[in-house]
Write a protein that binds this ligand. Structure first.
Ligand SMILES: Cc1cc2nc3c(=O)[nH]c(=O)nc-3n(C[C@H](O)[C@H](O)[C@H](O)COP(=O)(O)OP(=O)(O)OC[C@H]3O[C@@H](n4cnc5c(N)ncnc54)[C@H](O)[C@@H]3O)c2cc1C
Length: 428
């Protein structure tokens, strides 16, 4: 624990924080993985900035009244103060080092910023296995390699869990007779990887990836050298490329029902898509919405028959076939109109709504990884049966790799095969 950090309670708040000059205050909780991820950044930063800024921590569970008064509703949350006034942003969740530094610098005199930045000591680490991506594929790999006593480091731009952490319920992962919340399933997987000895660097900026030299730089301060690299970066929702989509993302355009469904209580929603995700997520959205209208480009849905039957039987769900959105129009705080083209008549129609969810398929997360891989026609990484890629000692597992079926089970299967292969190769 860093000596530059002071632990306070609500009773100390006025004296220590409001009269404390320049202060950063961390509301933390116990048994809180995002708080652990923050602590790994907060402590080293307190060593660098601690002479100019007071670093404090307060245990949220025992100081709830103060937390609520300050608008702190989750752990961890960071607040920044200058002479008793709140300044900068209120940061919470998967907080990145770069976000903390940006807000700390608001508290510093101009001449100290560059000086402190240049005082950062760069770190070099090494490991046997570096896993890029902490979704099911990356975590399964890490569980196996760490249990095989290989030094394993898992890196993720976000908190661990991948797409599953924002999936409401998972009913098809073996071992659970009742559906399990996606975030809980992933919590168990990441705790299992940690218990096996895997180290985590999460909610980080991946500043450089050099697959040929097997090194990855995170947050611009740590260079990690590895014998083997596993790319487990998964996939992300595809954008339609329609006018208004990018501009109104988060303001009426959403790609995640679990994250945003709750904001549409009693509202009328349009869902774009007709595959499994579109139908499953539409069913979930009916828990909140007054109505869900599915706009699909084809004559029939593409989802599996069971999901289709459930959707047809749900009185809140309506269907508009053979239409494609051409524009999203925002009015007030949300998107209220979808201009859709009838693909048969080519006529444009205006559909009224309170918000839009888009489920138009997925694309591999390869932007930062570079173009050295052999890819299939859809842009996914080609591998052999053991998950080797065309780059020596670099493996690809889970949704980012070519496959017929993208599920949690297939992701963890890839991770298992790659990990066992790596163990054998490193033994040899
Ligand atoms: C809405 C929805 C519902 C689903 N429901 C189910 C279900 O019920 N059952 C089921 O079996 N499957 C379901 N799936 C599919 C399942 O979520 C995926 O198959 C699975 O998550 C793939 O795991 P993964 O580890 O390959 O990738 P992901 O889960 O996508 O994880 C990839 C991780 O890599 C990280 N990352 C990305 N780029 C970088 C980078 N450059 N550097 C570092 N980290 C990076 C991401 O932040 C992420 O954490 C669902 C998918 C969706 C979209």
């Amino acid at each position: 624990m860093s000596e530059s950090i002071r632990y306070i309670t609500a009773a100390d708040y006025d004296e220590a924080v409001l009269k404390g000059g320049t202060v950063v205050l961390d509301f933390y909780s116990t048994e809180c993985p995002p708080c652990e991820a923050l602590a790994a950044k907060y402590e080293p930063l307190s060593e660098i900035y601690g002479k100019n800024i007071k670093f404090m921590k307060i245990f949220r569970q025992e100081n709830r009244e103060l937390a609520v008064k300050l608008g702190v509703l989750s752990s961890p949350t960071l607040l920044f103060y200058k002479n008793g006034e709140r300044v900068g942003e209120q940061l919470s969740g998967g907080i990145k080092r770069s976000e903390i530094v940006k807000n700390l610098e608001i508290l510093l005199p101009e001449n100290r910023k560059a000086e402190l930045r240049s005082s950062v000591v760069l770190k070099d680490s090494s490991c046997d296995v570096l896993v890029l991506g902490a979704g099911p594929a990356g975590l399964a790999t890490a569980i196996y390699t760490a249990q095989a006593k290989l030094k394993t480091i898992v890196i993720d731009k976000e908190l661990p869990g991948g797409q599953v952490k924002v999936t409401h319920l998972v009913s098809n992962y073996p071992g659970f007779s009742e559906p399990i919340e996606g975030y809980m399933l992933m919590h168990h997987m990441s705790e299992q990887a940690k218990a096996a000895g895997a180290e985590f660097r999460v909610a980080v900026d991946v500043t450089d990836i050099d697959l040929l030299r097997k090194k990855v730089v995170i947050d611009g301060v740590e260079t990690i050298h590895a014998k083997k690299i596993i790319v487990a970066t998964g996939s992300s929702p595809k954008h339609l490329g329609v006018k208004g989509e990018r501009e109104y993302k988060g303001q009426g355009i959403s790609y995640c029902a679990t994250c945003d469904g709750k904001f549409y209580e009693g509202k009328d929603i349009i869902v774009v898509g007709g595959g499994n995700s579109a139908i499953e997520e539409s069913l979930f959205l009916t828990k909140f919405a007054n109505s869900v209208t599915i706009v699909h480009q084809f004559q029939k849905l593409q989802a599996n028959k069971t999901a289709q039957q459930k959707a047809f039987a749900n009185p809140k769900i309506k269907f508009i076939y053979e239409h494609e959105p051409r524009e999203f129009v925002k009015e007030g705080t949300s998107v209220r109109k979808v201009i859709a083209e009838d693909l048969k008549t080519k006529q444009l129609k205006t559909l009224e709504c309170d918000g839009v969810f888009i489920f138009a398929g997925m694309k591999p997360n390869l932007e930062e990884i570079g173009s050295l891989f052999d890819l299939d026609q859809w842009g996914y990484i080609k591998t052999d049966a053991l998950s080797h890629t065309n780059i020596k000692d670099v493996f690809a597992v889970g949704d980012v790799a070519t496959k017929h079926c993208r599920q949690i089970t297939t992701a963890v299967s890839d991770g298992t095969v790659a990990a066992v292969t790596i163990s054998k190769e490193l033994d040899e």
